[in-house]
Design a protein around this ligand. Structure first.
Ligand SMILES: [Zn+2]
Length: 424
């Protein structure tokens, strides 16, 4: 059955235009005016976007499905308007063999409500200096490599990993963290750590490893992608490296754009993430980095945890917050409404850019012939973010209670509605 989405403001190929969208056979067929079909979706006063792309999520499946699983994680993505996600491999067991990788890819395909791309690990079990067989992992379905959650401590290990990733044409997405400088910290080194008497994390834990990796990336020519950059110095290093022609890209997480260590006013673990919330100066550099193209894209680092893992104070709590269901509305409300970003810029960083950086040909664009993966957002009405509305199993978000614009009305994957807001 053909469907036409009528009268929406459509984000297509980097611009916004009023047009109808005709969908049939799971694909976008045509964009134009006065299109008709048996099934009509009225998008008057609504934004129609290509499905958002979030290449940094944690689904805890297999191994810790009490936190999240592929079904609830991908439902949370759909509710946030995301239709393609990249799942990190820090699960139990780590998919470091082709058999484990195939099993995960199968589960992602069977149970995912959106497209789930699977990262393979950079090192075996993510905590050794042994490299998995990248060719075999790629063959089994890995789309890129990452040890996210952990830094690769040994430089020779990272050097070999980059050489082999390059040979196998795999992107290496890195959680930059030198453990000796990280020193079991829990919040950014600064006034908040002092006031709350919490163990500090030096920004050097992130920046020194990025500096090392950029030199290794230059030597190997690998596509080196830095996950969740959080400091001004990281942005400066990547800006310099890009000028030198090093094959580097990077992402920023919504919470590092939206919050700083100044928001850490009490011992509340919903503000504990890794990298930690940094200074206002860092936040300004991240915003500037996006605007000048140093930072390529936004990715949520959706990190669900069970209630008991996020209560009882920052010192003992797990790192990470959920992000899928709040990213678009928070960023739209706090950055587009006040005129810091244009809507086009924000959508670019959530659609076209991540697809380009990771070489995804079937994501991020609303074009005839592309899969009918899209999201419809209501930019006009304000809504409070409520815990009981989350599709994720987890509720560990500092954004609960915020009043935001940009609620998702409907999300479609391959022409099928995978999320629809309940009628008010
Ligand atoms: Zn990470």
């Amino acid at each position: 059955m053909a469907t036409v989405i009528k009268h929406g403001l459509v984000f297509q190929n980097g611009r916004l235009l009023h047009t109808d969208v005709l969908i049939a056979d799971k694909q976008i067929q045509t964009l134009g005016n006065n299109l008709t079909a048996e099934h009509i979706i009225d998008a008057s006063n609504l934004l129609v976007s290509p499905g958002l792309v979030d290449l940094h999520v944690h689904y805890r499946d297999p191994g810790q499905t009490y936190k999240e699983d592929v079904i609830t994680g991908s439902l949370a993505a759909a509710r946030g308007g995301f239709t393609t996600v990249g799942a990190m491999p820090n699960v139990l067991p780590v998919p470091d063999t082709p058999a484990l990788m195939s099993k995960m890819v199968q589960n992602n395909q069977t149970n995912g409500r959106v497209h789930i791309l699977q990262y393979g690990p950079i090192t075996k079990n993510e905590d050794t200096d042994e490299l998995p067989d990248y060719a075999a992992l790629k063959q089994a379905g890995a789309f890129a490599l990452s040890n996210d959650g952990k830094g690769v401590q040994n430089a020779q290990t990272m050097y070999s990993a980059m050489q082999q990733a390059r040979e196998n044409q795999l992107l290496v997405a890195v959680h930059a963290q030198d453990d000796s400088l990280f020193n079991h910290g829990v919040v950014n080194e600064g006034p908040a750590a002092e006031k709350l008497a919490l163990r500090p994390i030096s920004e050097l834990a992130e920046t020194t490893q990025i500096a090392r990796d950029l030199l290794l990336a230059q030597k190997t020519g690998v596509h080196y992608h830095v996950c969740h950059v959080s400091t001004k110095t990281s942005v400066c290093l990547i800006r310099m490296a890009k000028k030198q022609g090093i094959n580097v890209t990077c992402e920023v997480a919504p919470h590092h754009l939206l919050l700083t260590e100044d928001d850490l006013v009490s011992d509340d673990a919903y503000y504990k993430m890794n990298p930690p919330l940094r200074t206002k100066n860092d936040q300004a550099a991240l915003i500037a980095g996006l605007l000048d193209g140093t930072i390529d894209m936004i990715a949520t680092d959706h990190a669900p945890h069970a209630l008991q893992e996020k209560t009882g104070g920052i010192a003992k709590a797990a790192f990470g917050i959920t992000g899928s269901e709040t990213a678009f509305s928070e960023l739209y409300t706090k950055f587009v409404k006040p005129g810091i970003f244009t809507l086009t810029e924000l959508l670019n960083w959530l659609t076209i850019k991540p697809a380009q950086v990771f070489g995804l040909k079937n994501a991020g664009m609303l074009e005839p012939g592309m899969p009918a993966d899209l999201a419809i957002f209501d930019l006009a009405h304000v809504k409070r973010i409520k815990e009981q509305d989350y599709c994720s199993k987890a509720i560990n978000s500092p954004f609960t209670g915020d009043e935001v614009y940009g609620q998702t009305v409907l999300t479609m994957v391959a022409g099928k509605i995978v999320y629809q807001k309940e009628q008010a």
